[in-house]
Design a protein around this ligand. Structure first.
Ligand SMILES: NC(=O)c1ccc[n+]([C@@H]2O[C@H](COP(=O)([O-])OP(=O)(O)OC[C@H]3O[C@@H](n4cnc5c(N)ncnc54)[C@H](OP(=O)(O)O)[C@@H]3O)[C@@H](O)[C@H]2O)c1
Length: 304
């Protein structure tokens, strides 16, 4: 039987590492697409559940750098087929604005725009059969957390935001994260519409997922050992009261979208089909996001 290759971005930590483990267990061949090769090797060495006899390779990919994304895709020439792409990598920070190598706000640039470019470059070369976008419940302004809400804006304002003196940097950068996760869903639905518009039997199934709140991953934190202990404690309490998930469990829901699900253009809350926010279904916003992203990158993709 032909081996099915799956690319997992940010495969060296948290959800991505567990997703890789389960894919390998199912005999997929995994390209671990990570920005730091040594860190990835170390993460594998320190992960007892990881079966090193399975088929995986580590490849360098920095989603905050267009050139790195192009080099990554060019470097796949030894792969005849790619079965699936899991757009998992993500960052979240609080405080002074940070920017990618291309001068784009880092959360928008990494979580959404880097994956937009990666996905489209791959689609120019391969018929991906499954695409998974890792989003978050925070994309939906109706979520109950105190985290700042997602606010969709014209792409130049998302990519090159100006500091708003009327609110804190913490709130502004939180909102960048939530909005990047909204962009991931807008992109998912727009991709699906573009595939369907071609009127051919649809080969590529693309879905978005909220993996749930996972307090023990590395997302957005420079952990001190005290903080680590505190987060582990919180994780246990949250689990007892049914509020927290963990990457070990959530990765199973992600793998399901690659290995079992045959829907497309949908949003899952872990294993359950769910409604995403009102904005995420707005086709005008999705079109503006797509075209604004193309304008920044300077290329057109998947023209209808
Ligand atoms: N944790 C949660 O509660 C939660 C909730 C909802 C959704 N999510 C989403 O779940 C996904 C996985 O996050 P996680 O919680 O597992 O966090 P994590 O442990 O911090 O993993 C994030 C991964 O993304 C990688 N990454 C960050 N910037 C990158 C870049 N420029 N290029 C390539 N890779 C990059 C990281 O690499 P390094 O190790 O090199 O930094 C790491 O491998 C993210 O999309 C996140 O938004 C998380």
């Amino acid at each position: 039987m032909k081996v099915k290759n799956v690319i997992v971005t940010g495969a060296n930590s948290g959800l991505g590492l567990w997703t890789t483990k389960y894919l390998l267990d199912l005999d997929y061949s995994v390209v671990m697409a990570c920005r730091n090769i040594e860190k990835t090797q170390k993460a594998i060495d320190e992960f007892p559940e990881f079966d090193k006899n399975k088929e995986f390779i580590i490849r360098k990919l920095d989603l905050a750098d267009f050139e790195s994304i192009r080099n990554f895709v060019d470097g796949l020439e030894d792969f005849e087929t790619i079965y699936a792409l899991d757009c998992n990598a993500g960052i979240s920070y609080e405080g002074p604005f940070r920017f990618t190598k291309n001068g784009i706000e880092e959360t928008f640039g990494t979580n959404y725009l880097g994956h937009f470019l990666l996905t489209n470059l791959l689609l120019e070369k391969y018929t991906l059969e499954r695409i998974v976008m890792i989003s978050s419940e925070l994309h939906n302004p109706k979520n109950k957390s105190p985290f700042a809400k997602a606010v969709f804006k014209p792409v130049p304002e998302l990519a090159y935001p100006k500091v708003d003196e009327n609110t804190t940097l913490q709130k502004q950068t939180q909102s960048f994260y939530a909005t990047s996760k909204l962009c991931d869903i807008l992109f998912t639905y727009e991709l699906d519409r573009r595939f369907k518009a071609k009127g051919l039997p649809i080969k590529t199934l693309v879905n978005a997922i909220n993996p749930g709140l996972m307090l023990t991953t590395n997302l957005g934190r420079k952990h001190t050992s005290g903080e680590n202990l505190y987060r582990k404690f919180l994780d246990i309490i949250f689990k007892i009261i049914g509020l927290s998930d963990n990457p070990r469990a959530s990765a199973k829901s992600v793998v399901r979208l690659i290995d079992a699900i045959t829907t497309s253009g949908l949003y899952y809350d872990k294993d359950k089909l769910a409604q995403s926010s009102a904005d995420s279904y707005d086709e005008q916003k999705a079109k503006a996001l797509w075209e604004g992203s193309e304008a920044i990158i300077g290329s057109k993709f998947l023209t209808k």
